[in-house]
Ligand binder design. Structure first.
Ligand SMILES: Cc1cc2nc3c(=O)[nH]c(=O)nc-3n(C[C@H](O)[C@H](O)[C@H](O)COP(=O)(O)OP(=O)(O)OC[C@H]3O[C@@H](n4cnc5c(N)ncnc54)[C@H](O)[C@@H]3O)c2cc1C
Ligand SMILES: *[C@@H]1O[C@H](CO)[C@@H](O)[C@H](O)[C@H]1NC(C)=O
Ligand SMILES: *[C@@H]1O[C@H](CO)[C@@H](O)[C@H](O)[C@H]1NC(C)=O
Ligand SMILES: *[C@@H]1O[C@H](CO)[C@@H](O)[C@H](O)[C@H]1NC(C)=O
Length: 652
């Protein structure tokens, strides 16, 4: 959905007619620290770097478990009360709430660069995302466990799907939409299998009271194409045509995100402090690697001349700065690849070659363009009216603000997508899987030159796990999201190419250098070339044919594989806003950065809890999995410190 008109109208509209989008729940008394000098001489039990999706979830859970202990969250972005954040969004966020980072040119994408998507506001990326709230597949999460095997086989902490499902459930409260809404759109879910846990602070999930009329036509066309209509895809089996709820409040139809669930709504508590507008630049270990690090904190809002301050934790420090900034902070703190640190003049604290390697995101390819005039004549309301018809937009806003929150503005980026295993896409799936298995014997030539032998071993292990998924009947390789347009997008869910995120040795304060290295493993572009004929088949269904589609991209004349690959190099997008995996949970011998307890290898009181720790990108948008990982991390950390907290209470 284009929001151009909406953004300009919204501000006047809210003033003239709109009821403000305030939560009816009581606000808590946690403290916002405006001036860093206030924390200079204080110490906190836990310090969390990054008040984003994972960081706020973790902070809330630690306070809940340990009311007598203190938690400080240091967040780069602002505590931003704009209504725009709460209104459902298609994931096109205001630049003010995003970091401004462009990747280095991508050789295999004809030298094109890409925008790096990461939220810069309290709530992090969950404050700007498209609220598409799907989960990983069973195979995705079981593969994380496989990468820790055999090294971690006998440890207590396990990371398979059957384990993580309980944390997904704990993170989220699903609200059934009203019966008539369910019937109107055909929404389906299985509360028992996927949700069913109800506790004080959780992310709300629901289906909105609106879908564009074209959506059901697209749904039926996928069914005609042979994909299974699934009731629930969030309970492990993620294939076929899936409904995904939005991360959204069911009463207000507003965004439910890390801030609303884990900051605004937490019960009043002592010393849960948030320091927004401050950047953590680096950590140091004045008492050695077994003790919590100290950190340097710098004010980021303009016009300030505050000196850097140093903050210390008593128990531990947790990095939750997201997959783009967590590796940068580690590297700047002397934890990373030796050569990089030395070139930047940084003293090595822990040599960990994997920090900043293993960068992954989902590449995608636009396919087809239909006859838009015909679409406009067939469907009412037609989504293009949002960007062309001011009367319609006024009406839609009125429905959102003044008419029981109904209409198009209740919808985020959509609630449906297909998830297709490679087997369904091409008969060549076995040959492709075998190529990858062959690569798993040693394929370091596809890695960045900065990759070392340990990470190359970890990469080989990843390739053999992915080869298995390519042969599976249920693990998806393609996502095809659909909601408001007959045009298609093929998203590659299990890429084999690996990028890097490295600090800039020439300017340590600058944003890190992000290199997607999309298609650096040629199998990726090969697999995506099979997406094109597969998507063409979808337009051959009678339902799609009735819309009179004309292929504009890549164009019917593009039939041989090399021409498709050329098209992909010209048009594929490197990112689907799912950056991850840069501080991977893998053994040291495999170039990993954190252990199964999420502790940084070689340290005792420093953990990473955010999308950086995923060893392999799941076949999903990432927010639900980040929340689940944060829930599990909270349990691990509470388990580690509960004895100590008891002893402290007795002493007090
Ligand atoms: C535009 C966009 C659309 C998306 N759409 C979807 C979607 O529809 N569905 C979905 O499931 N996922 C979506 N995602 C992905 C998902 O939102 C993220 O993967 C997930 O929220 C990441 O969580 P995180 O905790 O790892 O990082 P974040 O939530 O990004 O949190 C990191 C936090 O750390 C802060 N920070 C960074 N550096 C520092 C520093 N040096 N000092 C202090 N603080 C720092 C940042 O400001 C940020 O608040 C989208 C992402 C974006 C950006
Ligand atoms: C969750 O629990 C609360 C309090 O017991 C209850 O009022 C509410 O209806 C429950 N919500 C759901 C969706 O089960
Ligand atoms: C614009 O929207 C209004 C209100 O929905 C509708 O009545 C009108 O027909 C639309 N105009 C066009 C050109 O689509
Ligand atoms: C208000 O919402 C109802 C229910 O969705 C709808 O039928 C009605 O037309 C809306 N009213 C206006 C004025 O748009």
């Amino acid at each position: 959905m284009t929001r151009l008109i909406y953004f300009t109208i919204l501000s006047e509209f809210a003033l003239l007619f709109g009821a403000p989008l305030v939560s009816t729940r009581p606000l808590h008394n946690a403290r916002v620290i405006r001036d860093a000098a206030q924390v200079q001489d204080e110490s906190y039990s836990f310090v969390i770097v990054g008040g984003g999706t994972a960081g706020l979830t973790l902070a809330d859970r630690l306070k809940e478990a340990f009311p007598s202990e203190s938690v400080l969250v240091v967040e780069f972005g602002a505590l931003d009360d704009s209504q725009e954040i709460l209104m459902p969004s298609d994931g096109v966020a205001d630049q003010a709430r995003l970091f401004d980072i462009t990747s280095v040119p991508n050789a295999e994408l004809n030298g094109r660069d890409a925008t790096v998507s990461a939220g810069k506001v309290v709530g992090g990326s969950s404050a700007v995302d498209g609220q598409f709230f799907d989960r990983a597949s069973r195979e995705d999460i079981d593969s994380w466990a496989a990468l820790g095997s055999p090294e971690w086989n006998n440890l207590e902490i396990k990371w398979g799907w059957d384990d993580l499902l309980q944390y997904y459930k704990r993170s989220t409260l699903f609200h059934s939409p009203p019966l008539e809404v369910t019937a109107q759109f055909g929404y389906a879910w299985d509360n028992e299998a996927a949700y069913g846990v109800n506790q004080t602070t959780q992310i709300d999930a629901t289906f909105p009271p609106f879908q564009w009329p074209i959506q059901s036509r697209l749904y039926n066309a996928w069914a005609e194409y042979g994909l299974e209509r699934r009731v629930e895809c969030a309970a492990g089996g993620k294939y076929g045509i899936c409904w995904a709820p939005s991360s959204q409040d069911p009463d207000m139809q507003t965004r439910s995100y890390a801030r609303t669930a884990h900051w605004d709504e937490v019960p009043s508590s002592q010393r849960y402090d948030l320091l927004p507008n401050h950047k953590v630049t680096s950590l140091s270990f004045p008492n050695g690697l077994l003790s919590p690090p100290s950190m340097v904190v710098q004010r980021v809002d303009s016009g300030s001349s505050d000196a850097d301050i140093v903050v210390t934790a008593e128990f531990e420090v947790i990095l939750s700065a997201g997959a783009v900034h967590t590796p940068q902070i580690l590297q700047r703190s002397g934890i990373g690849p030796r050569e990089l640190l030395e070139s930047a003049g940084i003293e090595v604290a822990v040599e960990l070659p994997g920090v900043g390697q293993n960068f992954q995101d989902h590449p995608s390819v636009p396919g087809y363009d239909t006859n838009s005039l015909l679409v406009e004549q067939t469907f009412y309301p037609d989504p293009s009216m949002i960007s062309t018809n001011e009367t319609f937009v006024q009406q839609a806003l009125d429905n959102y603000f003044n008419n029981q929150t109904v209409g198009p503005y209740t919808m985020g980026s959509g609630n449906t997508a297909v998830y297709v295993p490679l087997k369904t896409i091409t008969e060549d799936y076995e040959a492709l899987a075998n190529v990858v298995l062959q690569q798993a014997q040693g394929a370091s030539e596809f890695l960045a030159s900065s990759a070392d032998a340990t990470y190359a071993a970890g990469y080989s292990a990843q390739l053999s796990v992915i080869a298995d998924m390519f042969k599976s009947d249920t693990a998806p390789t393609l996502e095809g999201p659909f909601s408001d347009s007959p045009n298609s997008l093929g998203v590659l869910l299990k890429p084999l190419s690996r990028g890097t995120v490295m600090l800039d040795p020439a300017n340590l304060d600058a944003e890190p250098l992000v290199d997607y290295r999309t298609f650096s493993n040629p199998v990726d572009v090969g697999i995506m070339s099979y997406f094109i004929p597969y998507l063409r088949g979808y337009y051959e269904t009678s339902i799609m044919q009735a819309m009179g589609p004309t292929e504009m991209n890549p164009g019917a004349e593009v039939t041989d594989q090399s021409a498709m690959i050329d098209y992909l190099r010209q048009t594929a997008m490197a990112s689907y806003a799912d950056p991850c995996c840069t501080a991977a949970m893998m053994p040291v011998e495999k170039g990993g950065v954190v252990g199964p307890d999420l502790k940084v290898h070689g340290t005792e009181a420093l953990r990473v809890v955010d999308a950086s720790v995923f060893p392999l990108i799941p076949g999903a948008h990432l927010s639900a999995t980040v929340y689940a990982v944060a829930e599990k991390a909270a349990e691990i950390i509470v388990g580690r410190w509960q004895g100590e907290v008891k002893r402290r209470q007795l002493r007090r």
